[in-house]
Design a protein around this ligand. Structure first.
Ligand code: UGC
Length: 260
């Protein structure tokens, strides 16, 4: 069981659409730099500048962008000195249960963030499989989305928590629970959590399961592979009206329809 932090903040988060820019402080948001309707491999020089610049590959039938996200391994800084290896895993993530907040016409759905975790010596990439990058809006036929919840690290600080045995322990470099952020990601997007970035276990929202290929490093020492911090019901993601997952009457329809 994850240690439970003794401080219990109250915070309501309205998620933003995930973009490479707004996620940059926490890692990398990966998405195609090309418009969806580009169906021939054009000369790279005819495209807007991009970093990394694309090159033609695969008998000129592909545009290759490399590197798109780093694969970082800092286990050499871990106390055990245990060697690490690159690991590819599949996480089959089922839709999460939501809670109703408000009442009557202002009734909304909400997700309670009750736990954050981090990988202090590796970054970690979640790549959804079987998710169309063409998310539809509407009842019944919409694609699932996933919620990416992250918190900055209070570097060099400690927080008090209770472990399973009820003992008081300290968590080093704990999450800054006053500055948690939530992002909505959709098909066509992947996410790399930076080394040591606090994040919620993957949250899939919508009608069906999403399977993710996950790439990271691992050395088999529990506390070096994954650290967790649990807390009470205070951190809530406001997902808007029922079935809309953050899509509001105006403006935030962009959550679903934002172009790459
Ligand atoms: N992010 C997530 O869903 N899970 C992990 O980070 C994990 O390693 O368990």
């Amino acid at each position: 069981m994850a240690p439970i932090l003794t401080s219990n903040p109250t915070l309501t988060l309205v998620p933003e659409p995930l973009t490479p820019t707004n996620f940059a402080p926490y890692g990398t948001a990966i998405q195609s730099p090309l418009p969806r309707d580009l169906s021939i491999a054009v000369q790279p020089s005819s495209l807007p500048p991009h970093n990394p610049a694309p090159v033609l590959a695969n008998q000129n039938s592909a545009l290759k962008y490399s590197p798109i996200s780093p694969m970082l391994d800092t286990y050499k800084n871990g106390p055990s000195g245990q060697p690490s290896a690159t690991r590819m895993t599949m996480f089959c993530c089922f839709p999460r249960k939501l809670r109703t907040i408000g009442s009557g016409t202002s009734e909304k759905e909400a997700f309670d963030v009750r736990i954050l975790e981090r990988h202090p010596y590796t970054n970690q990439t979640f790549i959804p499989t079987d998710l169309s990058s063409h998310s539809k809006v509407g009842n019944g036929d919409e694609e699932p989305i996933f919620l990416v919840v992250v918190a900055p690290t209070l570097e060099g600080e400690t927080a008090t928590a209770k472990n399973e045995a009820g003992e008081t322990i300290t968590i080093r470099d704990p999450p800054d629970l006053r500055n948690v952020k939530a992002f909505i990601a959709r098909g066509g997007q992947s996410v790399t959590y930076g080394v040591g970035t606090w994040h919620a276990p993957m949250v899939v929202l919508g009608p069906r399961r999403v399977d993710f290929v996950v790439v990271q490093h691992i050395n088999g020492v529990d506390d070096e592979d994954c650290q967790e911090a649990a807390f009470g019901e205070g951190v809530v993601v406001d997902l808007g009206r029922r079935g809309q997952y953050g899509r509001k009457e105006q403006g935030s329809a962009k959550l679903w329809t934002a172009k790459l």
